[in-house]
Design a protein around this ligand. Structure first.
Ligand code: GLP
Length: 235
């Protein structure tokens, strides 16, 4: 596990964008696992800058997102599909048909989970997965639990996650309480992982990096992955 300390959010974002840009350059047909939240917004901003400067080509890239709220369709401006279009896909030459987010309004959520997991496997897995982290150590929507969920699954959000994410909604009652998420196994099978964490996540990062590997701190499992880079902000 490599831990890089960035001076601030901008430096963290640039470092993460450099790694993703390198992946796209080395393998223009990469499968990128992508994340939402405030943490990766800066990363996407710098990726778009590099694209506009002519350094990156996304025409053959495929993306799979970590998670999606249940009950929100892609037109809803709180959905993670909307977020991805808004912060990245609308600004680079990616074919939207090659961008995938779990379907949070699927009729049968169990079938959707199985479909999404199989789909990722059929793609040959994820070459590079970008992650954020919750204050409680969650990755994707894998909340603290007694076990590490293996595959894509529906997850009940922890009260603290609903509270944290309510900042983006008009009312806390509007925050979906269930989401579809890649499992811990889905994430751990990615060939490379990078995790970006702003300064307010210092405690979660400390537990994930130096604490015991436990499903109560889902990100702690990253200690067992052979190619993880954590970029954490000092300020
Ligand atoms: C959300 C997402 C996670 C994200 C986390 C932190 O609940 N499901 O993928 O990493 O919260 O978000 P933020 O970066 O906005 O703090």
């Amino acid at each position: 596990m490599k831990v890089i300390k960035a001076k601030n959010y901008e430096e963290m974002s640039k470092l993460a964008a450099n790694i993703i840009g390198a992946q796209v350059t080395i393998n223009p047909k990469s499968v990128l696992g992508l994340a939402t939240g405030s943490s990766p917004i800066g990363t996407y901003k710098y990726i778009i800058e590099d694209y506009n400067a002519g350094f990156l080509d996304f025409s053959k890239i495929t993306t799979v997102n970590l998670d999606e709220y249940c009950g929100l369709d892609g037109e809803n401006d709180q959905s993670y599909r909307y977020f991805m279009n808004n912060y990245l896909f609308n600004h680079v030459n990616i074919d939207k048909a090659n961008t995938y987010v779990p379907n949070g309004v699927a009729k049968d959520l169990d079938i959707e989970c199985e479909r999404y997991e199989n789909f990722i496997n059929d793609l040959g897995g994820i070459d590079l997965q970008l992650l954020g982290i919750g204050h409680n150590g969650h990755i994707g929507f894998n909340e603290p639990d007694d076990i590490f969920p293996n595959i894509v699954h529906s997850s009940e959000l922890a009260a603290s996650t609903i509270e944290a994410n309510s900042r983006l909604f008009n009312n806390i009652e509007d925050v979906p309480t269930v989401a579809l998420s890649m499992g811990i196994g889905t994430i751990m099978r990615a060939k490379k992982i990078i995790l970006v964490a702003a300064a307010d996540k210092a405690e979660a990062i400390e537990k994930a990096v130096n604490g015991p590997v436990t499903p109560q701190v889902p990100a702690s499992i990253l200690q067992l992955h052979k190619d993880v880079t954590i970029i954490a902000c000092e300020n």
